[in-house]
Design a protein around this ligand. Sequence first.
Ligand SMILES: [Fe+2]
Ligand SMILES: [Fe+2]
Length: 193
Amino acid sequence: MTFDEKISEYKSFLKNNLSEKRYIHSLGVADAAKSLAAHYGLDENKAYMTGLLHDICKELPASEQKELADKSEMSVCPEEKISFKLWHGIAGAVYMKNTLSIDDREMLRAVRFHTVASPDMSEFEQVIYLADLISAEREYKDVELMRQYAYESLDKGMFEALRFSIKDSVKKGYLIPRVTFEAYNRFAKTQLK
Ligand SMILES: [Fe+2]
Ligand SMILES: [Fe+2]
C-alpha cells in the first residue's frame, strides 16, 4: 500500500470510530506535525501519519484501553498506571503495532509519550508532543504564544509546553508522572541563562 492509500484508510477508520470533535483534532495534529517536521528538517510524511493516529485509542472504553496498555513493552511509571486519562497513549502505541503493523520505533514512542513526555524524547517525538498542543482547532488562552515557542526551538517549545502542562495538572489536582518531571528538568536546563 502506498503512503496515500494508508492515510486514506486510517482517515476513514478514525472518522468511523472517533467523535467528530476528536476526528477534527486528529486532522489538525497531523497538519501541525507535518508543518513542524518541515520546519525542523524531519520526515514530514511520518509526522503527518503519527499526528493523525496519536489519539486512535482515546475514545475506547477504559477497560479496553487498560487491556491494550497492559500489553505494552515500553516502561510505564506508577502514576500513569492509576491515571485513566494517560492510558490512551500507551494503548495507542500497542494498537498501532499489533493491529496496524506499524513497527517504526519513533512513531510508536511518539504516540506512547504524547500524553506524559519523557526525558529521552527524540526531536521527532517532541514534534508530535508539540503538534498536539498547537493544532489549528486548539483554543486555550496562550495557544498563540505556544505556537510561537514551538517554532522558535524545540527546547523552548518543550520547556514551555511542560511548564504549562504541569501547572495545569497541579491546578486540577492530577498526579504528575515522574517521567514528566524528568522531561521538564531536561528542557528547563536548556533555558538556564
Ligand atoms: Fe491524546
Ligand atoms: Fe490529542
